[in-house]
Design a protein around this ligand. Structure first.
Ligand SMILES: NC(=O)c1ccc[n+]([C@@H]2O[C@H](COP(=O)([O-])OP(=O)(O)OC[C@H]3O[C@@H](n4cnc5c(N)ncnc54)[C@H](O)[C@@H]3O)[C@@H](O)[C@H]2O)c1
Length: 304
C-alpha cells in the first residue's frame, strides 16, 4: 500500500484530503505548522509532524518516512496578506515549496500533487469560463508565487525527473473553512449570520466567483495520483457575491438584508474556470451549490 505525505493537512482542504486518504487505507503523514490550520482538523489515524515547510528538518521526515506521493497544500494563502508582505509570501510559497521539491527528488517521491490556483493567476481580461491555456497575468504576489511553482515543477520534471500535477482550484468552500481570514466568503457570511450580525458585501456584489465544494476538490486530488500536468478544478459556473449571499440567507432561513461596504481596490471582477480537461480525465462534480451550501451551513450550525 502506498505511503502519502500531505503538507497543510491540518488546514481546510488538506484535512478533508487526509480523511479520504486514511479512509482508503493509505498510510498518511501530515506536515503542518498550524499557522492557519487547527489540531481539531487532524485525523488521528494520520501521523502528525508539527513543522514548517521551510525547516531543514523536513528532510529528516522524508528520510524516515519515504513517502511514495506528496500532496503539497501548505501555503500562505491570503491574497491581501501577500500584497502587504510579498517577501514573507515568497519565503513560504516559493522557498518553502522548493525545500519540499528538493526532498521529493532526494528521497525518490513518485509524484507531487501541487495545490495551485485558478482564481489568482489568470487575471481579469480572460475568456470565461477560463481554460488552462489562457494567458496568465497574476495580479498578486500570491498568484505570482503559485505560477512560479508551476514553472519550477516543469524544471524539476525535465531536469530531475520528478513527476507532478498542478491543480488550479477556483473558490473552494465547505466545512472547516476558516472564517477568520479574508478568503472564504461562504464561511465568513455563514458565521456572521449565525452570530447575529450582518455580513458586508464589498462593492456592488456583482463580482463573480466559481464556488466549488471541498469534497469535489479532494476527488480531483485523488484522481491526480494517476495524472500528470496542469488541470483547472472548478464548476464552470459563475455566481455573483449577491447571489451567494441570497442563497446563504435563504438556506439559513434568515431575514438579514444586503449591507454594502467599500469596493476592495484591485479585486478581480470575474473568475470562473473551465475544467473540461479534468472532466475528460475522469473527474466529475458530485456537488451543486445548493447541496454543498446545505452541508456547510449544517456544519457551522452544529460545530466550530
Ligand atoms: N481555499 C481556496 O479557495 C483555495 C483556492 C485556490 C488554491 N488554494 C490552495 O489550497 C491550499 C490549501 O488551502 P486551504 O484553503 O486549505 O488553506 P488553509 O490555510 O486552511 O490550509 C493551509 C495549511 O497550511 C499550513 N501552513 C501554512 N504555512 C505553513 C508553513 N510555512 N509550514 C507548514 N505548514 C504551513 C497551515 O497551518 C494550514 O493548515 C493552499 O495551497 C491554497 O493556496 C485554496
Amino acid at each position: 500500500m502506498a505511503k502519502v505525505l500531505v503538507t497543510g493537512g491540518a488546514g481546510f482542504i488538506g484535512s478533508w484530503l487526509v480523511d479520504t486518504l486514511v479512509d482508503k487505507g493509505l498510510e498518511t503523514i501530515v506536515i503542518d505548522n498550524l499557522s492557519t490550520g487547527n489540531k481539531k482538523n487532524l485525523n488521528n489515524k494520520a501521523k502528525f509532524c508539527e513543522t514548517d515547510i521551510r525547516d531543514e528538518k523536513i528532510s529528516e521526515i522524508f528520510e524516515k518516512e519515504e513517502p511514495d506521493y506528496v500532496f503539497h497544500l501548505a501555503a500562505q494563502m491570503n491574497v491581501r496578506e501577500s500584497i502587504k508582505n510579498p517577501i514573507e509570501d515568497a519565503d513560504i510559497n516559493i522557498s518553502g515549496t522548493l525545500n519540499i521539491l528538493n526532498c521529493c527528488v532526494k528521497y525518490d517521491v513518485k509524484k507531487i500533487i501541487f495545490s495551485s490556483t485558478g482564481g489568482a493567476i489568470y487575471g481579469d481580461d480572460c475568456k470565461i469560463p477560463t481554460p488552462e491555456t489562457e494567458k496568465k497575468v497574476p495580479m498578486s504576489p500570491y498568484g505570482i508565487a503559485k505560477l512560479s511553482i508551476e514553472k519550477y515543477l516543469n524544471f524539476y520534471k525535465n531536469v530531475q525527473g520528478l513527476d507532478s500535477v498542478s491543480l488550479r482550484y477556483s473558490n473552494v468552500y465547505g466545512p472547516r473553512q476558516n472564517s477568520k481570514g479574508e478568503a472564504g466568503v461562504v464561511a465568513i457570511f455563514i458565521k456572521k449570520i449565525l452570530s447575529g450580525g450582518t455580513p458586508i458585501i464589498n462593492g456592488s456584489g456583482n463580482q463573480t466567483r466559481d464556488y466549488i465544494y471541498v469534497k469535489d476538490v479532494v476527488k480531483a486530488n485523488i484522481l491526480a495520483l494517476n495524472l500528470s500536468g496542469i488541470f483547472n478544478v472548478g464548476t464552470g459556473k459563475e455566481t455573483s457575491v449577491n447571489e451567494i449571499f441570497r442563497k446563504i440567507v435563504d438556506g439559513m432561513n434568515s431575514d438579514v438584508k444586503e449591507l454594502y461596504g467599500p469596493i476592495i481596490k484591485g479585486e478581480q471582477m470575474r473568475s470562473c474556470l473551465d475544467a473540461t480537461k479534468l472532466i475528460n480525465s475522469g473527474w466529475q462534480l458530485d456537488y451543486g451549490l445548493e447541496k454543498g451550501l446545505k452541508e456547510t451551513i449544517d456544519y457551522f450550525k452544529t460545530r466550530d
